[in-house]
Design a protein around this ligand. Structure first.
Ligand SMILES: [Zn+2]
Length: 81
């Protein structure tokens, strides 16, 4: 067993895997990393209109705010600025 630091949340965790060392403490942190990578990849491939860009930026701003507010905003309505 090895003590590791999660690459997403920064918390310590016990790595009990014998073969491939784990980088994340949980499935949630692993998913976050996966989705972030997919997001980064696809955002470069889409060609949003100026109006759609505004909505995407709004979403990203909302994501950032989730961290500071720590409220569950799943299902929240898209509010235009
Ligand atoms: Zn974690």
């Amino acid at each position: 067993m090895t003590n590791r630091v999660c690459m997403v949340c920064g918390n310590d965790f016990e790595d009990e895997s014998r073969f491939k060392p784990r980088q994340y403490c949980s499935d949630n942190c692993s998913d976050f990393s996966k989705f972030k990578e997919a997001f980064e990849k696809t955002i470069l491939l889409i060609e949003p209109t100026p109006e759609a860009k505004k909505l995407i930026r709004g979403d990203m701003f909302r994501f950032a705010n989730i961290l500071s507010k720590s409220t569950n905003t799943i299902g929240a309505q898209n509010v235009s600025n």
